[in-house]
Design a protein around this ligand. Structure first.
Ligand code: F0G
Length: 482
């Protein structure tokens, strides 16, 4: 929640309190340098004992509420016919308005099933922007091209556009004309667009996309992994929605999609996912494959306990203090950095503070993994684990040629209800030091590179041993310690 202070400024305050905590440690800079070298300058390969603030992702690492833990403990562990599943299905109906639902073990499992059944080999799937696993499944499982029809504004990192996640309606019409309805598997709207910096789409845009899908008899699929956050932005930014509740906005959004899926690791603060719809015929196409790839119909690869906690999480995610808790922290974080002249993605989005690495370390050439270098440098100077979202996260093309990402971002994710404003203040200070010393950061080169989703397990090295030089400069300024 936002509190107006007596000096006129705003402060995001938490509407929850910590009732259980986990100890974390901040290892000295020298040890951090050793850890990142051993991890091949890839923050995915760090061990948590070496991490102070784990801001790699907001996925599966959110704080569950006390009521979610109660749901976890009360779950009915049956292999088939568990009442916990039916209670979950009731919550899906109440919150999203869908009659039919099936669990899957996580978001990408939904993407696997959807692209297997609905993508058309040799055809295309249209989306406002891709996510790594989504694109992978559309191309590999579905054999389709992944067309990203974002508006020009989406790639401007400094912007005041409130809905950079919108689909460009003219480009959508052109694509349908070019490919023909028969070759398009489905149209996918991601609420909010992860790789564009957690940027939302507007309800107006979603309605226009729906209209066009109706005109051409195309399926509209919504990735609702971050739906409550997209709804929060609509509430805050879109005319006509200021007096609606988050619950009403979420339901209206969901009502516009033929098929809905989500990674429950985000908004519902558990580990799992699901696919839902009001169209029985569509769900029946997916059903035979569910026990084959995921698990029996009433658990779909999730533990019943997680489904119990997901039921509560689904109902809680439409509470504005839950939907907005990370968003308001991110806004505080981004606006402070922006005010200091440190390049960040604006307007502030959901899920993370995104640093614009292309501007931060503009001296690094695009062949040398700009965002990867900045992400490793942030770890060396702070113990904060962020994630590279740039060219390393974009696999090579079929001919093995490098594909340079649209954006080079260092994503500092804000897991829900986990970190505080003092943690954010600490990162702001370290980012400022890093910005003043940015010339010390140089590029990276691969030493071992997996063929797909290389960002997970790939190992790199610092050109000209810059990691050591940066670490030494940091130690000099901070007395050799933190
Ligand atoms: N869709 C979106 C928009 C996502 O952000 C993610 C995951 C997925 C699908 C896949 O879901 O991980 O449960 O299989 N995003 C995570 C992240 C991994 O760190 O942003 P999953």
């Amino acid at each position: 929640m936002i509190i107006k202070l007596s000096n006129g400024k705003e402060l995001p305050v938490e509407m929850h309190k910590a009732r259980m905590v986990q100890k974390i440690t901040l290892t000295p800079a020298e040890e951090r340098l050793k850890a990142i070298q051993e991890a091949g300058y890839n923050t995915f390969l760090l061990k948590t004992k070496d991490i102070y603030l784990d801001m790699l992702t907001d996925s599966g690492v959110n704080a569950m509420s006390d009521n979610q833990f109660a749901g976890f403990m009360n779950a009915d562990d049956a292999y088939a016919g568990s009442m916990t599943f039916y209670e979950f299905a009731d919550a899906v109906k109440d919150v999203l308005g869908y009659q039919y639902v099936m669990n899957v073990h996580q978001g990408r499992a939904a993407e696997h099933l959807l692209s297997k059944i609905f993508a058309k080999p040799g055809g295309a799937v249209i989306t406002n922007y891709h996510f790594t696993t989504t694109k992978g499944h559309i191309e590999l499982t579905g054999g389709s091209a992944c067309l990203e029809l974002y508006a020009d504004e989406a790639l401007k990192t400094k912007s005041t556009h409130p809905f950079k996640g919108n689909m460009d309606i003219q480009r959508l019409k052109d694509a349908i004309k070019k490919w023909g309805r028969e070759k398009i598997g489905y149209v996918r709207m991601e609420a909010t667009t992860n790789l564009l910096g957690g940027q939302p789409f507007s309800m107006e845009n979603l309605k226009e996309v729906r209209k066009i899908c109706d005109q051409h008899n195309l399926l509209l699929v919504m990735d609702g992994s971050l739906i409550s956050e997209n709804a929060y932005f609509i509430w805050k930014r879109e005319k006509g929605y200021e007096n609606k509740t988050i619950a009403e906005i979420v339901k209206e959004m969901a009502g516009l999609a033929d098929i809905f899926y989500l990674s429950g690791r985000k908004n519902t603060c558990v580990r799992g996912g699901f696919i839902a719809s009001n169209k029985k015929d569509l769900m029946e196409k997916l059903e035979p494959w569910l026990p084959f790839y995921e698990g029996f119909y009433t658990y779909g690869g999730m533990s019943m306990r997680e489904i119990g906690a997901m039921t509560v999480g689904l109902r809680e995610m439409v509470d504005p203090s839950v939907a907005g808790c990370s968003i308001e922290q991110i806004k505080y974080f981004v606006e402070k950095l922006d005010g200091m002249g440190i390049p960040v993605v604006t307007p502030p989005g959901g899920l993370a503070c995104h640093v614009d690495a292309r501007k931060f370390v503009s001296h690094i050439p695009k062949e040398q993994y700009i965002a990867g270098a900045l992400t490793a440098a942030l770890y060396i100077t702070s113990g904060v684990r962020a994630m590279e979202r740039g060219t390393i996260s974009t696999d090579r093309d079929k001919d093995g040629k490098e594909v340079y990402a649209d954006l080079e971002l260092t994503r500092i994710a804000l897991p829900r209800r986990v970190y505080t404003i003092s943690h954010i203040e600490y990162i702001i200070d370290r980012l400022q030091w890093l910005y003043n010393n940015r010339e010390l950061i140089k590029g990276l080169k691969f030493v071992s590179e997996p063929p797909v989703l290389r960002f997970f397990l790939g190992k790199l090295d610092a050109l000209d041993n810059w990691g050591r030089k940066l670490g030494d400069a940091f130690k000099k300024d901070f007395g050799g310690n933190w």
